[in-house]
Design a protein around this ligand. Structure first.
Ligand code: THU
Length: 138
């Protein structure tokens, strides 16, 4: 990886870690942070926010995407998710589809633990043959 790409990924990791620190997860106690970058270099982050009515909880990725949309941005170049524990904290099925709305098939999805990035996938790897906005084009 080039020095620039390494620094950019480091910035995304730091933003996701900072978001994770604000996660509201009193029920699962599983704190997640996410940070995404748009093609022009802007970074948006989010954390999971749970709810006493469990299904109303929101994932970290959803928060980062909301922040991006609020700023008027509409394209995800890459996204990083950080969670604790041994297992890879890959985005849930619903969040893969949320990412799909704003990302192309080759967009990178980085999965990190507290120590750093553990694995990188493309969106197409995590959500093959997916349905997206272009399917609705008339
Ligand atoms: N969670 C996320 O925020 N993102 C993921 O990629 C995986 C799971 C959250 C949802 C819930 O608040 C907690 O982690 C346990 O599932």
């Amino acid at each position: 990886m080039s020095k620039n790409a390494e620094a950019a990924l480091g910035e995304l990791f730091a933003a996701a870690k900072a978001a994770q620190a604000n996660a509201y997860a009193p029920y699962s106690r599983f704190h997640v942070g996410a940070a995404l970058r748009t093609p022009d270099g802007a970074v948006f982050s989010g954390c999971n926010v749970e709810n006493a009515a469990y299904p109303q909880g929101a994932c970290a990725e959803a928060g980062a995407i909301s922040a991006m949309a609020l700023a008027g941005a509409r394209q995800i170049a890459e996204i990083l998710v950080v969670g604790d524990g041994e297992a890879l904290c890959t985005p849930c099925g619903g969040c893969r589809q949320r990412i799909r709305e704003f990302a192309g098939p080759s967009a990178a999805i980085h999965v990190a633990g507290p120590e750093g990035v553990r694995a990188t996938f493309t969106l197409a790897e995590l959500l093959p043959e997916s349905f997206g906005p272009e399917h609705l084009a008339r």
